[in-house]
Ligand binder design. Structure first.
Ligand code: VTB
Ligand code: MG
Ligand code: MG
Length: 362
């Protein structure tokens, strides 16, 4: 007998978005990943980005829904694709969604042919994803073991403002390990010099990544990934996409908005200019200078109820392999897709280019 709850959940879904669009979502990330994979190691990150953006948009526009890009690409240079506010989908049917995309998360990684790049997106009911201008978010990401530990020990909670040691002690206890066994991923950036020192001083192990803090964040909620915490500041879009996955997997994201000029040490003038540019859009999300320093939790980053997430590997990663290309146009691509009712699909898709030339291989 199956657990009755499983069957109930499967039949109900989270809502129309998950029911109707989850199965198609990986087609979108897979198309973008395959397009990007042909550019692996070619040294041209902008072109790799462009082809994945184009592929993603073309695939999305074959699906029946009415969507608006809320977190996207091409905003700064006003590229004619996947810009904020762009409407995508055929527009047919009743499903209306807000969309976050990062068609190629880790453009440098793809251009250099090194691990960690993916194509990734999320969809939610309108208002279901925190969206503002592309700024940074300082964050901490942990998996469900930590959330369970916090419930059992209400006075021990992960806190973005606490010393690193305090947070890592909680993570270590939650995972029943020594701090020296914990792995913390952080972007290798000058702005993180102090934080990296602070992490090292706890005895925790540090994994510096040159780019791509999104999948490491998701990995904190996946046992066996070898990643327990992600810290430091990265893109705000990436933080929201991480939160969509983490909310499904039961982990936790705490984040705070930071303007790039502040994070990277700009002059007073730069900071003021950036504020003038970015604050109006932040205001549409209820963010003002008075509350910009407030901590946003997983539910603030992803208030949605009916939402879906998908990522496909471009180069090798924690648990998504790189795209393999075989003769005759065959491509094999690994993805993770998830729906907010609590469904996770790990898929290994093969697109047959020439069935006589390249038989299916296991
Ligand atoms: C961040 C990070 C991303 O780019 O957005 C980073 O979240 C850009 O940060 O995963 P810098 O301005 O410090 O380079 C990625 O690494 C890749 O998109
Ligand atoms: Mg990115
Ligand atoms: Mg990108």
């Amino acid at each position: 007998m199956p657990h009755p709850k499983t069957v109930e959940n499967m039949i109900k879904c989270a809502g129309p978005i998950e029911c109707a669009l989850l199965p198609s979502l990986i087609h979108v990330t897979e198309t973008a990943a395959i397009a990007a994979s042909y550019q692996m190691g070619k040294g041209n990150k902008n072109y790799a980005d462009q082809v994945s953006v184009e592929a993603m948009r073309r695939m999305m526009n074959t699906l029946d829904f009415k969507g608006v890009i809320k977190i996207g690409e091409g905003e700064r240079d006003e590229a004619p694709m996947l810009f904020i506010g762009e409407e995508v989908g055929t527009g047919k049917g009743d499903i209306v969604v807000d969309i976050a995309v990062d068609p190629l998360e880790g453009t440098n990684l793809t251009a250099d042919g090194i691990p960690g790049s993916i194509s990734v997106m999320a969809m939610a009911e309108p208002g279901g994803l925190f969206h503002g201008p592309d700024v940074y978010m300082d964050k901490i990401v942990v998996g469900p073991d930590v959330v369970r530990y916090e419930k059992e020990h209400p006075d021990e909670k992960i806190d973005l403002d606490a010393p690193v040691i305090k947070n890592l002690e909680i993570v270590a206890k939650a995972l029943d390990r020594d701090i020296g066994e914990i792995v913390v991923v952080i972007l290798d950036r000058e702005r993180h010099t102090n934080k990296i020192e602070e992490i090292r001083a706890t005895g925790a192990r540090v994994s510096l990544v040159s780019d791509g803090d999104l999948m490491p964040g998701v990995s904190t909620a996946v046992r066996g990934s070898g990643i327990h915490v992600v810290m430091g500041s990265g893109g705000s879009g990436e933080a929201v996409l991480t939160a969509a996955a983490i909310k499904i997997l039961g982990g936790k994201v705490l984040a705070r908005l930071i303007l790039p000029t502040v994070a990277n040490g700009g002059s007073e003038e730069d900071i003021e200019a950036e504020k003038a540019e970015k604050m109006p859009r932040l205001a549409t999300m209820g963010i003002t200078e008075d509350n910009i320093n407030d901590v946003l939790d997983t539910d603030k980053l992803v208030p949605g109820k009916d939402f879906i997430f998908a990522a496909s590997g471009v180069t090798n990663g924690q648990f998504l392999n790189q795209v393999n290309l075989f003769g005759g146009g065959d491509a094999r691509v690994h993805s993770i897709s998830m729906g907010s009712s609590g469904v996770v699909k790990l898929t290994d898709s093969i697109y047959i280019g020439d069935k006589e030339q390249t038989p299916l291989r296991l």
